[in-house]
Design a protein around this ligand. Sequence first.
Ligand SMILES: Cc1cc2nc3c(=O)[nH]c(=O)nc-3n(C[C@H](O)[C@H](O)[C@H](O)COP(=O)(O)OP(=O)(O)OC[C@H]3O[C@@H](n4cnc5c(N)ncnc54)[C@H](O)[C@@H]3O)c2cc1C
Length: 486
Amino acid sequence: MSVTEHEVVIAGGGPTGLMLAAELKLAGVNAAIVERRLNQDLAGSRAGGLHARTIEVFDMRGIADRFLSQGQTAQIVGFGMNRIDMSDFPSRHPYGLALFQNRIERILADWVEELGVLIYHGRDVTGFTQDETGVNVEISDGKSLRARYLVGCDGGRSIVRKTAGIDFPGSDATTSWIIAEVEWKEEPAWGFRDSATGGHAIGKGDAGHARMVLSDREVQSGEPTLRDLSEALIDVYGTDFGVHSPIWLSRFSDVTRQAVAYRDRRVLLAGDAAHVHPPIGGQGLNIGVQDAVNLGWKLAQVVKRVSPDSVLDSYHAERHPVAARVLKSTMAQTTLRRADDRAKALNGYIAEFLTMDEPRKRIAAEMSGLGVHYDFGEGHPLLGRRMPDLDLITANGPSRVFTLLHGAQGVVINFGEPRAIDISKWSDRVQLIDAKYAGKWEMPAIGEVTAPSAVMVRPDGYVGWVSDGSSAGLADAMTKWFGVAR
Ligand SMILES: Cc1cc2nc3c(=O)[nH]c(=O)nc-3n(C[C@H](O)[C@H](O)[C@H](O)COP(=O)(O)OP(=O)(O)OC[C@H]3O[C@@H](n4cnc5c(N)ncnc54)[C@H](O)[C@@H]3O)c2cc1C
């Protein structure tokens, strides 16, 4: 049997696997994706958009415009049935982007192709064994791949998670919905509708198709038929609008589960493989992409023997709590979406709270991903939070912080006396920029913070060290995140 070697094998080329492959490739890692589908075509449009932090993440890699030019920016953040305006947020992207997942994946796949990532299409990862130095990955074509690490980005039914024996506890479904994209003969009743069975929605999809989400009368599993859709429509609307020729017909539920561990030695999980929850609030794709950005640079450093393997434990430590919170939020919002009078009364109260500035800002920061705070201990409010995309003046002229991150490398930005900071022992891994910034330092939901005299920004855009006016703690932070001094 032939064995091909890669440094990292990624099972699954959905949004998470594609983003991870790009991050690894930017860091010079030989990573390959094994993807079941023959190409990037997606049956149905699935996710409907991107939240602000994901747009920022793409901006950090210089590809935000590819998405922005194909979608529609809008205030898409919501909680329960309540929309929240975050247009006053201190971000270059204080909005979401309405863009279906099939387009998002296409753009990511084109980028990954430009970067030269190898994708084994039309093949399944069927299993693996791991030893002290690597993982043997079994592929459905009978071949085997050998890698230092395997990452399961293979969705909610992840074979990687199951083979690793990682528990996936959570809550079983209490509600299920039929989702469909269909052609129609009679103009559908666009918009939301409540009935005794729950909430329903019909929106416009690509090419004049109708995109429908209908609550099942009772929890169902398994794929629905066109007849099931037709009957559900008649139940709620009194007509099935002459639906025909389904482009996508599927079912999803509010099943909510999370992997107890994101890592088992040389095997890691990211995206839906690590967490599943109902799509209320539109979070799944977004946190999957952000899992990938958190993991990519760490895994690259371990593969390149720059950092010890233990740095990978920080991936679980940082990302598990983020998804746990999303799971909680979707459980709460599922309850708010119920069509009974009590849920409506509760929604009314939530709506009132969300007209108040502090709750509005806190929930919008959470739902948009701009409020993520990794626990790096006590310190300046920037520590563990996203670095804002400031307009800088550098020796080479004006620049933006996010432009400095295009290559997915860490950066130390010194706002104090030029040459006051020395990171020469890490200069092969991290760039140092002397810069001036004259504006306010404002953080989503927190407000203005004290201007630091220097910061270290990790490749994923989170602040790993803040100067108190001296270089105290810098060497420790550099060693922790970028390996020992050379
Ligand atoms: C109706 C609906 C609406 C949604 N709306 C939103 C939204 O608005 N916003 C949002 O952020 N999220 C939304 N989501 C969630 C979003 O679709 C998922 O969270 C996202 O697709 C997860 O990406 P992923 O790459 O982790 O997994 P997936 O997209 O599931 O990708 C997994 C990939 O792995 C491949 N694969 C699976 N098994 C194997 C194997 N053994 N070997 C090789 N390849 C394999 C699959 O073919 C697939 O390409 C929605 C989901 C649904 C169902």
